[in-house]
Design a protein around this ligand. Structure first.
Ligand SMILES: NC(=O)N[C@@H](CC(=O)O)C(=O)O
Ligand SMILES: [Zn+2]
Ligand SMILES: [Zn+2]
Length: 423
């Protein structure tokens, strides 16, 4: 059904109606027999693209499924999500990638683009079927062992060489396991010392970022740094970009707003990988997002069942929800980021990094993926209002600026007035 979106300010600038034809594409003439979507006073942005989502299917459907995660994405204003490979079984074959891709199609709320594992079983030793995943119908372009670091430099080098053949990219979870081992559970510093929690120092991230930008230079390939969390990593990425090295980086909403002192209460909701850092790091991440050193905001939406999260801090699972709140958190954390910049870091850049065609712009002729945002709303987050299956929501009770009102995916309204339209 054709659609006219009326009255929105496009990228926060001039007000214009947006026209969508029967085929779900943006067109420049009002289509006949169109439905109307009232967007008076709202800001229109291209549908958001998340480079880093954990959907937990297959294997942990008690925490999230491709359908429930797609719902959370639509509510958050997303039109595409990249589904991380650390499922059970791992997405390390073309067959596994196709299963995720097809379940995403069935859910029909966002494009679910599988991320392929770099190594078989995320074990860090043998490369997975990168080429077969890339050439499959799922067209995998992003490869990651996320949750684990590709620690072996030789394996990382080979992966970077391999993905060049099809314009792929390796997304690295930068955590040197010899500097931040399996028990490391919060930022190493004054607070971890006082609370007696094993620390995860910033240097464990920075040495991998430094190594990998050099490997990207050596191989003339592309590396993407997942969830950058320290000022030192930012410095390294800035330097590498100035050298013309093929590096891109993402930051999560939570690393833009939350700091390590939240751990004083030992609440495992705030346990995440990489850990929440001190205010100086948060400041550096905001500045890097504003100046373009950091290319993208990615949620690292990491749903966990209660029985995995509700433990003593050291034993609880790492990760927090993010899809439904990402845009509002970014607006709240970095109010200087204009709407065109939000579109760049949450849609255009992630689409480009992931090689996702048809996403990232509001150009005529592209599929109509549009999010309509109330720029002035102030919303108090209620974790029980979430459509995710999990409740590990670090924003519960917080007030955030701006609200996703409607989401349009391929010309179809998936969220209207903040409420999911079936399925
Ligand atoms: N971010 C997290 O704390 N957890 C992620 C893994 C990851 O992104 O490293 C997860 O899969 O739960
Ligand atoms: Zn990770
Ligand atoms: Zn992750």
């Amino acid at each position: 059904m054709a659609l006219v979106i009326t009255g929105a300010s496009v990228l926060g600038e001039k007000t214009a109606d947006l026209y969508v034809d029967d085929a779900g594409r943006l067109v420049d003439e009002p289509p006949a027999g169109a439905q109307t979507l009232d967007a008076d006073g709202l800001v229109a942005l291209p549908g958001l693209v998340d480079l880093h989502t954990h959907l937990r299917e297959p294997g942990r459907e008690d925490a999230e499924t491709i359908l429930t995660g797609s719902r959370a994405a639509a509510i958050g204003g997303y039109a595409a999500v990249l589904a991380m490979a650390n499922t059970s079984p791992v997405t390390d074959t073309a067959e596994a990638a196709l299963r995720v891709f097809d379940l995403g199609r069935e859910a029909g709320l966002v494009d679910v683009q599988p991320v392929g594992a770099v190594t078989k079983g995320l074990a860090g030793a043998e490369l997975a079927e990168l080429g077969l995943m890339a050439r499959s119908r799922a067209r995998v372009r992003v490869f990651s062992d996320d949750g684990k670091c590709v620690h072996d430099a030789r394996v990382m080098r080979r992966a970077l060489e391999y993905v060049k053949a099809f314009g792929g990219v390796v997304s690295q979870h930068a955590q040197d396991p010899t500097l931040a081992g399996p028990t490391a559970c919060c930022h190493e510093g004054e607070i971890s010392g006082r609370l007696g929690l094993p620390g995860w120092p910033g240097i464990a991230e920075e040495v991998i970022v430094a190594r990998d930008v050099m490997l990207a230079r050596h191989t003339a390939s592309r590396v993407h740094i997942a969830h950058v969390s320290t000022a030192g990593s930012v410095e390294m990425v800035r330097w590498a970009k100035a050298q013309g090295i093929g590096v891109t980086a993402e930051v999560t909403p939570h690393h833009l707003l939350l700091t390590t002192d939240l751990l004083e209460g030992f609440d495992p909701t705030y346990k995440v990988n990489p850990p929440l850092r001190p205010a100086e790091d948060v400041e550096a991440l905001r500045a890097a997002l504003l100046d373009g050193t950091i290319d993208a905001v990615a949620t690292d939406h990491a749903p966990h069942a209660r029985h995995d999260k509700e433990h003593a801090f050291v034993d609880a699972a790492f990760g927090m929800l993010g899809l439904e709140t990402a845009l509002a958190v970014v607006r709240t954390a970095v109010p200087d980021l204009g709407w065109a910049d939000v579109a760049r870091v949450m849609s255009a850049n992630p689409a480009r990094i992931a090689g996702l065609a048809g996403h990232g712009s509001l150009d005529v002729g592209t599929p109509a993926h549009v999010v309509l945002v109330d720029p002035t709303a102030s919303v108090t987050v209620d974790r029980d209002a979430s459509v995710s299956l999990s409740r590990n929501n670090p924003w519960h009770g917080r007030s955030l600026t701006s609200r996703v009102v409607h989401t349009v995916y391929a010309g179809r309204v998936t969220v209207r007035d903040g409420v999911l339209v079936a399925p």
